[in-house]
Write a protein that binds this ligand. Structure first.
Ligand code: GLN
Length: 524
């Protein structure tokens, strides 16, 4: 049952083949058994079981709330949840309990979803590995798969565990690992520069970054307000469409959300691929793109061509500037967003009494890791009166040029862009942490962050296994608010590639009792 899709398990609940309480118990047992992945920061056992019992009562009475009623889900630990700690994997927010639920969390609960817990991430969602949070790195479930072991017989994690496991990607690595290791049926991530699509690609799951403004950000602790969107991680495209349908739409608490009412859609099984024009942006053939991803990308383009689609090379000429542009805009917004964490308003306060200034300084030194502090420093530099025009304003102009590249390509008749999601398969942890976080993030985001700067919807679909037996994802980017078309094409593509199911039998041998910090919380 745990391997079923969200829609399948929902049908099983409706038909009485499984009860919501039993399902929740099984998922919680799975969370415990996979504790060594470090995917969850908090597990809300009691609250989840209570929600499951209520769902079961509704199911028995023949009054389920809808497709999500009784379905176990997980939420990244940068969404506020009333009653469960929201830490952003930072010392700054350890122990912080929000008085309210983020709009998306409330919507999940209103639909009867069972919230198992909060998932691990890079501190304040800054990173692309899920290796930089205070609760430690997230391990990629595929490191423990039969597929990986078959391809790397000498790298059996049980013999040499610490050097051989691979990262999940990030920053929503906890959510991706939670879905990929069958602890839940869907999870929320966030996506500012690729943080949902990147870990989805590395963990072999679907990761959807919706159009900016389609889903409320209220209660998502901001990284870059002008780019952040809640992301959706599921095991198949159909499930992503279901969750999107339940979360999308106007929220009076987020003035950047669309005003129109959003109509949920079902994805059709058949599409006329011959009517599609697929664009292959030549600038995405970047240095560092692994040859196997390159080959996979070509193969996918052939697949569309063979099915009758028009496949053309297109140009997004400002792509090479996107990393630098993102860096300026991201750090500038980070500098102003992080100002609220000063020891007075929210979170941690250092025990430093001689002056307010020294208290601020000590609080921020103790509360933030060096990645966050580094971004605050850069951002404040770019915002200095004498630098503002040269950096911040210029970066905004470049952002407009990047967005206009997409407008032109879509106006020329292209329906969907096809690109890789990541440069290569997931790196072993020991390799990944050799480089500093800023360089890594900059490299890793090159294929994903332009969609954030342009506000466009994009989805990563698992497409193949690498030579090392690890997942590779491809990305489809669509027109603004055209999620229905994007997901329909993604579903067609998913059907063609037949990505293998992760074989996790060996996980039993790693039955350690979880990371020391992982706590159960009882209230919600
Ligand atoms: N890796 C990018 C960064 O560090 C993106 C993060 C994200 O999407 N949350 O900023």
């Amino acid at each position: 049952m745990l391997r079923a899709s969200l829609r399948e398990v929902s049908a099983a609940l409706r038909e009485g083949r499984v009860g919501a309480t039993e399902l929740c118990q099984r998922c919680l047992a799975r969370v415990r058994a996979t504790g060594f992945l470090n995917a969850y920061i908090s597990v809300a056992e009691d609250a989840a079981l209570r929600q499951a019992r209520e769902a079961e009562r509704r199911h028995r009475a023949g009054q389920p709330l809808g497709i999500l009623d009784g379905i176990p889900v997980a939420v990244k630990d940068n969404f506020n949840t009333a009653g469960i700690e929201t830490t952003c994997a930072s010392n700054m927010l350890k122990g912080y309990i929000s008085p309210y639920n983020a709009t998306v969390v409330q919507k999940l609960l209103d639909q009867g979803a069972v919230l198992l817990g909060k998932t691990n991430l890079d501190e304040f969602a800054m990173g692309s590995g899920s290796t930089d949070g205070v609760f430690g790195p997230v391990r990629n479930p595929w490191s423990y798969s039969r597929q990986y072991k078959e391809k790397n017989p000498s790298k059996s994690p049980s013999e040499n565990e610490d050097s051989e496991w691979v990262i999940t990607g990030g920053s929503s690595g906890g959510s991706a690992a939670a879905v990929s290791s069958f602890t839940c049926f869907a999870a929320l991530g966030s996506d500012t520069g690729g943080s949902t699509r990147n870990p989805a690609a590395h963990c072999g799951v679907v990761g959807l970054k919706p159009t900016y403004g389609l889903i409320s950000r209220h209660g998502l602790i901001p990284l870059v307000n002008s780019m952040d969107v809640p992301g959706i991680l599921t095991r198949c495209v159909d499930d992503a469409a279901v969750v999107l349908g339940l979360l999308a739409g106007h929220d009076p608490k987020d003035s950047t959300t669309i005003q129109d009412t959003f109509k949920p859609f079902e994805l059709s099984n058949s599409i006329d691929v011959r009517k599609l024009c697929i664009g292959i942006p030549k600038e995405y053939n970047v240095p560092g793109l692994s040859s196997e991803i390159q080959a996979l990308w070509l193969k996918a383009a052939e697949l569309f061509k063979d099915a009758g689609a028009k496949v053309i090379e297109v140009s997004l000429p400002h792509t090479p500037y996107s990393i630098v542009c993102y860096h300026v805009l991201c750090t500038a917004e980070v500098a102003s967003n992080m100002a609220r964490f000063d020891g007075l308003e929210y979170g941690h306060r250092a025990d430093m009494k001689h002056s307010t200034e020294s208290m601020y300084a000590a609080t921020r030194r103790e509360g933030f890791n060096d990645v966050v502090r580094g971004r605050i420093l850069s951002g404040n530099y770019f915002l200095l009166k004498e630098n503002y025009e040269n950096y911040f304003v210029k970066a905004q102009k470049v952002r407009r040029l990047i967005a206009n590249d997409f407008v032109k390509v879509f106006a020329s008749g292209v329906d969907i862009l096809l690109t890789p999601t990541t440069l290569s398969d997931a790196a072993p942890y020991v390799e990944f942490i050799k480089e500093d976080n800023r360089t890594r993030s900059a490299q890793d985001d090159i294929l994903t962050q332009a969609a954030n700067m342009a506000g466009l919807p994009a989805i990563s679909v698992p497409a193949a296994l690498s030579k090392r037996g690890l997942p590779l994802g491809l990305q489809l980017v669509g027109r603004s608010f055209q999620e229905k078309q994007l997901l329909t094409v993604a579903k067609w593509f998913e059907k063609q590639v037949k990505f293998p199911v992760i074989q996790l039998e060996d996980m039993k041998s790693h039955d350690c009792s979880g990371f020391p910090h992982q706590k159960s919380v009882s209230s919600l």
